[in-house]
Write a protein that binds this ligand. Structure first.
Ligand code: ZN
Length: 198
């Protein structure tokens, strides 16, 4: 089932995700719905906050990105990144490599906005998968960038927070408009709920 994607201005995007203690059918269904939603929106990653759930769960799929290659080791073995997508990360813990690079990013919660962001070139991630197994990922390139973007979401951090002040200023009128539309949408929904519960 496709879920609606939360847009900038909704406070859930600023919430830190709670650690997941139990990997059950409800969580597996949520992850499957997030993957379907991400694919339908042509996204490369989606965090639980972006579908309204502040928990430590994110899904990624960089298999369609061919111009920005990824090198990936899964549990110490070199693997073809496309072969392990979509990737589900539960309770990820991330260590950043020292080298940085700048690249262009977008975000499904900020339609039609992009910006150049400096990120670590490589990351080392420990997480759980949907079977509850511990997994270890060492990756360089686009997947490393995408994971950093998603782990930021899980901590309530957004890509605009990492833009240069000039880049953010150039988006400021778009950002204000989106924030206002989102907040009006939330008010309408609350009003509709209040009316139906009278
Ligand atoms: Zn995002």
């Amino acid at each position: 089932m496709r879920l609606s994607i939360v847009q900038y201005g909704d406070p859930v995007l600023r919430a830190k995700g709670k650690r997941i203690e139990q990997i059950d059918d409800a969580l597996r269904e949520l992850a499957a719905n997030m993957i379907e939603t991400m694919h339908a929106a042509n996204g490369v990653g989606l965090a639980a906050q972006q579908v309204g759930e502040a928990i430590q769960l994110t899904v990624l799929d960089v298999s369609q990105v061919e111009d920005r290659p990824t090198i990936l080791k899964l549990n110490g073995q070199d693997v073809n990144p496309a072969g392990v997508m979509p990737l589900v990360l539960i309770n990820p813990e991330i260590e950043l490599g020292r080298e940085v690079e700048t690249g262009t990013e977008g975000c499904l919660s900020f339609p039609e906005m992009t910006g150049d962001i400096e990120r670590a070139k490589s990351v080392h991630v420990r997480a759980q998968n949907l079977e509850g197994d511990r997994i270890e990922i060492e990756t360089t390139g686009f997947l490393a960038r995408a994971i950093q973007h998603e782990v930021d979401h899980l901590n309530g951090v957004l890509f605009i927070d990492r833009m240069s002040s000039g880049a953010k200023a150039s988006l400021s009128s778009k950002l204000r408009r989106l924030q206002k539309e989102t907040q009006q949408g939330i008010k309408h929904r609350q009003k509709a709920v209040a009316e139906t519960t009278l």
